[in-house]
Design a protein around this ligand. Sequence first.
Ligand code: TNX
Length: 514
Amino acid sequence: AAALARAAERAATDLLAAPAPIQLADVVPAPRDVRPNPAGNWRLSPDAVIVASTEPAALAAAVHLAELLRPATGYPLPVTDAATPQADDGIALVLDQAVGLGTEGYRLDVTTSGVRLSAVTATGLFHGVQTLRQLLPPAIESTVPVTEAWILPGGTITDTPRFPYRGAMLDVARHFFAVEDVLRVIDHLARYKLNHLHLHLTDDQGWRIAVDSRPKLTTVGGATEVGDGPGGFYTKADYARIVSYAADRHITVVPEIDLPGHTNSALVAYPELAPDKIAPPPYTGTDVGFSYVDPTDERTYDFVADVFGEMAAITPGPLLHIGGDEAFKVKGELYTGFVERVQRIVAELGKTVVGWHQVAPAAHVDGRVLQWWGTNGEDPTTADAVRRGARLVISPGNHAYLDMKYAPDTPIGHDWAGLIDVRKAYDWDPGTHVADVPEEAVLGVEAPLWTESVTSLAEIELLLLPRLPAIAELGWSPRATHGWAGFRSRLAGHGPRWATAGITFHAAPEIPWP
Ligand code: TNX
């Protein structure tokens, strides 16, 4: 009788399995290759199991998948492991050298007998899990069980990123954000296969990371923010929590200590760093370019070595960001000499240096990365630094800046680099954006969010979504898949997902939301 019941259930399942509510190609960022097979739809059933290769990292991806699917389905979805996992009416996550597709790619096969997700690395499996999640109905985002036919569209996706660096930046200095808020931002990055979180940890208005050798940086320098707010800072344990939450989602944290400008909060705490050796008053406005650490005082370099030494010790990723932007009062050789010394300090710590593209005139050091934030794609100095060996992360102010308003009536944000609606965020090419820089020198893209006007997670999300997926697609998807018409209709399907998950977003008028 039990067997009969199962057969009846299977027959019912087969009937229900067509059509799938989501098309196999309805994924953001667009996959490299999509081969739908409408005869291969598969329905996730209450007794489905998830089985992974025995490696701990593969199991972790499987557990992550189970945790994404359990709340809405209410299914137990037990996770097991096997030497050769089979998609036997369940989901198999398989580490397999033969799949190819590099360090981040994956292959997803959906057939009537189950789902097989395979990759060379656990990172590939994790990205594949994000794709799988998007192929289920939007109700999968519910935090409580809902009745739904959990049908996956049949076929095969093979996917691999265009660029190795895909990031977003959060400015936690202008306004401070709690660890929990940063973890939610990491969730949003993971959804769209971004793999770097750049934290802008210091600025005129506040110093946000504990440095044991300089405690006043946080007790004094961390006590302010833009406006009247109390500021705040991350203890090393807080920072470790962010780093490990990100690492679990295959995201590398890139910490920025902005020097020599944007340093008023450090000068308030340690006046010997100030050019006149007098502590300035704390700054809670939104001007830029007025503060700097004294590049002619050896104590400044001791400070830099201490701070980056401690940052290197708590940052497992290879990149340390030294800022370098808008140091209007440190000019010419004084500026270049300062940057070169800081670059050497970072290199001696075994880390790779990143700087805003203003550091371009400084000498090259191994692996140096410049973050382009210009607005016209023309900069001979940056192109020259690339010829001397630098690579670029591209963050054009007029396309990728998440703090720009969408439209004149956006309640928060800036407009100095223009308005950035979703199409403006999407319609450009990181591979050809900066004149005289070949695509081979482009590491990838990053969407920075400056927070002078941003005070809450909901406001972060309003500016992030739906533009972050646009930048993610530029970083991940092959240029051949690029097209506004296709993107806007794929993106539209994410509105109900965000709404179901309780995520704030801007219902941009140019997107055909269902
Ligand atoms: C410029 S972009 C800055 C930031 C501001 C931002 C506001 C860059 C490297 N520096 O200090 O917050 O504009 O959009």
